[in-house]
Design a protein around this ligand. Structure first.
Ligand SMILES: [Zn+2]
Length: 382
């Protein structure tokens, strides 16, 4: 038995913090069930990030669609900043009080992963970026992790289940174990080439036994033009200067006429490594940095009760919206009832929150992960 909550348990509110269940018991006993507006915002972003990418909305909708509530949200893949309302739930409080824990969980982790992935893609630009970090996280949530890595900007994901949910082909090369068992990089590659279907690119892992430059030349001479690429997963203890090693591999491959053989790199990559290696590398496999992304600390707060603005200390009351000028990018948080207006630049300031659910009925067509990803790329790859 795995230590996970089943889908139906989440939908039944079993993953709630107990204090919500107790509060519900009190409200029921006292016959109090006010009509409230609850708003989700974050006060800050991790690590001085300039912005966040909003994600997890599809799961949030799947949670809330069973309830008698109205929901507004910014689109999945939209950029957001601290103190901006990303999602609003409106309804009788007893109807949704016990879903706060799950709702925040869906949004906080997904948005963190999508944001980190987008930060990597902004640096990797036209180079391939693959999510390799499923192995660092609980397998039951790897589809969620890889979906958000993908919509944030990763070009591909490694695990079979995640890729199938995304409608993509899983991406990967070969493990060190295969090379160790054949006791030879070339023999392992030869077996790979013999057994694995033609449609899978032949990418040789070249850091198992010998120097990367010589291994690169051995595998290139063995498979010639059939070899799509080489991958360096060199452990940090043996790296010295990874950039110099890659430069040397590229130089020698070019010299022998293998300019078309691509170079992929993986193994503990951090955001700052991408800037450094970008000119030399054709693709990056990023693991823990994306799958273990910091979460966004979204919180849910009541901002109106029975039509009256009210909120806790440190929080602005009233139902709100975000106005964004598509021309200059200027944005502001305004009261929900305010109209769209002309920006000081002459452009039009449009509202970002869209009504998603009406008494539990879904009002929008849910975009595919591919569509969300394209929207994110349009925003981050300027
Ligand atoms: Zn403007």
């Amino acid at each position: 038995m795995f230590h996970i909550a089943k889908e139906e348990e989440i939908l039944e509110g079993k993953t709630t913090d107990v204090y919500f269940e107790r509060a519900l018991k009190i409200l029921k006993e006292k016959k109090i069930n006010p009509y409230v507006v609850a708003e989700i915002t974050t006060k800050s972003l991790p690590k001085n990030w300039e912005f966040g990418i909003f994600a997890g909305l599809e799961e949030a909708i799947n949670l809330l669609k069973n309830l008698s509530v109205d929901v507004w949200a910014i689109e999945e893949g939209e950029i957001f900043y601290p103190e901006e309302p990303v999602l609003i739930v409106e309804g009788n409080y007893q109807d949704f009080i016990i879903y706060e824990t799950a709702l925040l969980g869906f949004l906080c982790q997904a948005s963190g992963i999508a944001t980190v992935s987008s930060r990597f893609k902004r640096k990797a630009k036209d180079k391939t970026l693959i999510s390799f970090g499923a192995r660092r996280m609980h397998p039951s949530i790897s589809p969620m992790i890889e979906r958000n890595a993908y919509i944030g900007g990763c070009d591909g994901v490694a695990t079979i289940k995640s890729a199938s949910l995304l409608g993509e082909t899983p991406m990967g090369t070969m493990p060190h174990s295969l090379i160790l068992i054949f006791n030879s990089t070339v023999l392992a590659l030869s077996a790979f080439d013999e057994v694995i279907e033609e449609s899978v690119p032949r990418i040789a892992l070249i850091d198992t036994f010998q120097d990367e430059k010589f291994e690169a030349l051995y595998v290139a001479e063995f498979l010639k033009e059939k070899l799509a690429g080489v991958r360096l997963d060199t452990p940090p203890s043996r790296r010295g200067n990874l950039k110099k090693i890659i430069e040397e591999v590229r130089w020698e491959l070019n010299l022998k006429g293998y300019k078309n053989i691509k170079i992929f790199v993986s193994g503990g990559l951090k955001e700052e490594d991408i800037d450094d290696l970008y000119p030399l590398v054709d693709g990056f496999g990023v693991g823990t940095s994306i799958s273990n992304a910091p979460v966004i600390d979204f919180a849910l707060d009541l901002v109106e009760i029975e039509g009256t603005p009210i909120s806790k200390k440190g929080k602005k009351s009233g139902k709100k919206d975000i106005l964004l000028c598509k021309k200059c990018g200027g944005r502001e948080v305004v009261l929900f009832k305010e109209e769209e207006k002309v920006c000081s630049c002459g452009g039009k300031k449009e509202k970002l929150l869209k009504k998603i659910l009406s008494k539990g009925e879904i009002l929008i067509d849910l975009p595919s992960p591919k569509e969300i990803r394209e929207k994110v790329l349009n925003k981050i790859l300027i």
